[in-house]
Ligand binder design. Structure first.
Ligand code: CTP
Length: 131
């Protein structure tokens, strides 16, 4: 096992297996996984709706996963560089829905885009339940 610190970000609302798998794969890249969980307010400004699960509930779930070592509340999408430095991250992991979007942070750490688990998303689950 290497000594690398891995950081990733997300809302992780209505926690599902796609969320679990990306966190497990992120952890396999290093020895310490740090997760920035997006705040309720950040989600509201991004998607014009609040998450189904509150930030406190989402944080409680994520921080109790075996693969997660440390969590913090992500309060702004614009602060990725600051968070990377603050948490001394060696690798930033994002799902490949973000492919290329964080390449400008390459001077701070390695950027890796991992493939999403097919055919599952929080939005699809909400729609399925609603229907
Ligand atoms: N993710 C994944 N596979 C999926 C869904 C999400 O690997 N099927 C990853 C995303 O790429 C991201 C992290 O999980 O790195 C958190 O994603 P998030 O946006 O919170 O979850 P989604 O299910 O994509 O939510 P939404 O439908 O609201 O966009």
């Amino acid at each position: 096992m290497n000594n690398l610190r891995v950081i990733t970000f997300g809302t992780f609302d209505v926690f599902h297996v796609g969320h679990l798998r990306i966190l497990q794969r992120a952890k396999e890249l290093g020895s310490h996984l740090i997760v920035g969980v997006s705040s309720d307010q950040l989600n509201f400004s991004k998607k014009a709706r609040f998450p189904v699960y509150s930030q406190d509930e989402r944080i409680e779930i994520i921080k109790n996963l075996r693969c997660v070592d440390e969590i913090f509340l992500e309060e702004s999408l614009e602060l990725k560089a600051e968070y990377i430095q603050q948490y001394h991250a060696d690798i930033l992991v994002m799902g490949d829905d973000w492919e290329g979007k964080f390449d400008h942070l390459q001077q701070l750490c390695r950027i890796m885009y991992l493939p999403r688990t097919p055919a599952i998303s929080t939005t699809a689950i909400i729609e399925k339940i609603r229907d």
